[in-house]
Design a protein around this ligand. Sequence first.
Ligand code: FES
Ligand code: FE2
Length: 376
Amino acid sequence: MTSTSLPPSLIPTLPGEYYTDPEVFALEQERIFEAMWFCVARASELARPGQFRTCQVGGESVLVARSRDGGVRAFLNICRHRGARLCTQESGEVRRAFQCPYHAWTYGLDGKLVAAPNLTSMPDVDRGEYGLVGVHVREWLGYVWVCLAEEAPSFEDEVMGAVVERLGDVESIERYGVGELRVGRRITYDVKANWKLIVENFMECYHCATIHPELTEVLPEFADGYAAQYYVGHGAQFGERVRGFTVDGSEGVDRIPGVAEEQDRRYYAITIRPQVFVNLVPDHVIFHRMYPMAADRTVVECDWLYLPHVVEGGTDVERSVELFHRVNQQDFEACERTQPAMSSRAYARGGVLVPSEHHIGAFHDWVGERLRRPAG
Ligand code: FES
Ligand SMILES: [Fe+2]
């Protein structure tokens, strides 16, 4: 069936191969994940100088570390000598330098080459020149974002712009003080599905009535299938008898003081392409980052963020965490159920989107447009 023969209610999805083909995935790594701003870590994981974290961004391993001057620096995690991976741990802390486990070239927290066996007998080797390869880095909402492109796109346009596009203005997220909140819980999900299935799932709520019984209890309008992301500035309203955004609708924790009256008792969802989802409710923020590992595998790290005194005072956040943890499990199960079908001949030309999902078509157009764009 071609798109021209579809009835007006339906528009086509991407063909199945977009979710399975390693060549498409390699192009996405180059033209999406390595070209755009990519969120890698919570800044509080790098609270002290020497604390570091490594993660995969596209096809590259990236090392982010807090330096002595208090700033965050990001580098390709590759030794400049003969290319060994410098840091093999996912996170940790060094005292003052990173030492390559192969021949012991040693780099300061600012990336400069500070020592190497026999380095003094090679006075012509410039220590800055042979330092680690730096990449662009920004901190926003208490997260560290990196960009591997030589010329980074505007952070304001691409990252903040995505929030403005959804909420109408940047103040609407700033009121939640996301940077000052603390991680009350982090859960990492290893999802056997293509990253785009996870994005598409997050963008629509046609599935909510079927797979999210707890969420639709709390947000009754989700039972109609229209996602919060369907309308600009719209936040889904809590049900009348719901007291908090918890698994059983019971009272939540202390409300974030800056949240405006019109934002109270509402849930807002934002997609920051390519790999971040932000969920705002009056007493916490749920922040997802996807790390696409292969065409059929995506690691999703999800943080539940609360006011500092809630986390430090040991308030019970269990029922609050449990709601979105269930939503995550329900969503990722659905994505995993869909992934094997992507290579079926039944899906060779893709599937269809119903009207409440038509905005996903714009995401598909965007992916196609990025993949056609020459690398640069
Ligand atoms: S490869 Fe790192 S010191 Fe040789
Ligand atoms: Fe869902």
